[in-house]
Design a protein around this ligand. Structure first.
Ligand code: SAM
Ligand code: GLN
Length: 286
């Protein structure tokens, strides 16, 4: 039977040859998952033999990763804002940048609204990552979370149940535009919409291109169409002094700011992510 160290070395070399970024960390994380331990615990047991059954599972994982399948889809889970969420290829893998969106939103929720129920709409909820982390960190929030994808709504509901917040989130399978027909209004509307332009889509890495749902990544237009449509929708769906808050793609912040201004939002603010890129744009409506 091979040892932990032998397996890691072999897989690291293989993933490296296949052009996978951070081959060693990928090899270690996949093995740690199979052995139900933390990645760094592997270092304490380098000489431990790994059973045949475990090696077979590992071989399958490594060949999937070598084929560019994202680590998170292989593991079936991701850590987002301190919570473990299930993911599969029907939902976008929650990104670190989106944690900034959640963090900024929580600051606004604390400052803008001091008491009573806060009604929130999450547009394009995907795995439910934004809605679930807002509820877990803001006890007086209630959320409508909408997505056109039936599969995404199924994953998001499962994640809400696992985190015991299902009573605070109402999942809706629909195009967000359909909600314009109801009279219900919100204190805050949040969205990380598909924002990659159609012409940029084909330049993305294989992990995204070959595995993540295309309709979660691109708007099939210039990348700004959801900001236009959601801003026009939101100005009629927000309560007085309600806030709209967006995640934006690289170099989109100024264009999104102009879209908000055009739709009469004021007090527009932009925030950077840890890579010094403007990622969050927000404004308020009278
Ligand atoms: N909120 C998740 C996150 O932050 O990781 C997923 C964001 S993903 C970039 C965009 C999501 O919008 C996808 O789940 C997609 O299915 C959904 N979507 C696309 N068009 C939509 C529409 N017209 N109405 C509602 N949701 C839509
Ligand atoms: N974050 C994805 C990317 O890496 C895009 C997700 C989105 O469109 N919101 O390009």
């Amino acid at each position: 039977m091979p040892t932990i160290l032998e397996l890691i070395n072999l897989s690291t070399g293989y993933l490296e040859k296949k052009g996978i970024e951070s081959p060693r960390i990928n090899s270690e994380l996949l093995l740690a998952d199979i052995l139900s331990c933390k990645r760094l615990d592997l270092y304490l047991f380098f000489d431990k033999p790994v059973s045949e059954g475990e090696v077979n599972v590992y071989r399958n994982y490594i060949s999937r990763r070598a084929n560019n399948e994202p680590l998170q889809y292989i593991l079936g889970k991701v850590d987002f804002y301190g919570t473990i969420l299930s993911v599969d290829k029907s939902v976008l893998i929650p990104r670190q940048e989106t944690e900034i969106l959640v963090e900024k939103t929580l600051e606004f929720l604390k400052n803008d609204f001091n008491s009573g129920e806060i009604k929130i709409l999450d547009i394009g909820t995907g795995s439910g990552n934004i809605a679930i982390s807002l509820i877990l960190n803001c006890k007086n929030c209630i959320i409508d979370a909408v997505d056109v994808s039936q599969h995404a709504i199924a994953v998001a509901s499962k994640n809400a149940n696992k985190n015991n917040v299902q009573d605070k989130i109402n999942f809706i399978k629909d195009d967000f535009r359909e909600l314009a027909k109801s009279d219900f209004k919100y204190n805050l509307i949040i969205s990380n919409p598909p924002y990659v332009a159609e012409e940029e889509y084909l330049t993305l890495q294989k992990e995204i291109l070959n595995f993540e749902p295309k309709e979660a990544v691109t708007d099939f237009k210039n990348g700004l169409s959801f900001y236009e449509d959601i801003s026009a929708f939101a100005k009629n769906k927000l309560l007085e002094n309600g806030r709209l808050i967006f995640e934006v793609g690289i170099n989109q912040a100024d264009a999104v700011k102009s879209i908000l201004e055009k739709n009469n939002f004021f007090d527009i603010k932009m925030f950077k992510d840890y890579n010094n890129i403007y990622r969050v744009v927000t404004g308020v409506i009278k």
